[in-house]
Write a protein that binds this ligand. Sequence first.
Ligand SMILES: [Zn+2]
Length: 147
Amino acid sequence: MTTQENRWEHLGHAAEHFARRVARDARKFAERVEAHVGEFTHDVRHERHCGRRTSWAGHEGAGEDVRRVFQDIRGVLAAVLDGVDEFITRAFQDQGEERWARVVCNHDVTCGKCGRAVAAGQEAHVRGTAERREFRCLDCGVPGGSP
Ligand SMILES: [Zn+2]
């Protein structure tokens, strides 16, 4: 088998793993949203049925509930985004040799060279595995390559 075939096979495995993970996380995500929306509409309907006015501003604890729902959903989404990171690092990791990939960070990271913080949403170079990741800010660039 040629090196090129090995690479494609490696990429194929990483893609399969990624697809399975996203499918699992998406199912979890859909279940959470469904449950939360179900509870929410039940509460609203219940209040209307009882003739109470639904005023979110004056509703004790409702803001906290809504915040909790979105934090929960954000947690599931963060897991999906971590899966994307993992896919990139697995897909571009060559046998024995780790490749750098340019990604948009989904959480704050620190540049391994200059120590500067790279905020979530900004681009950075990344390499490594889920267990051990290395980041470089765009100013520092990839060692031995053009930034
Ligand atoms: Zn840097």
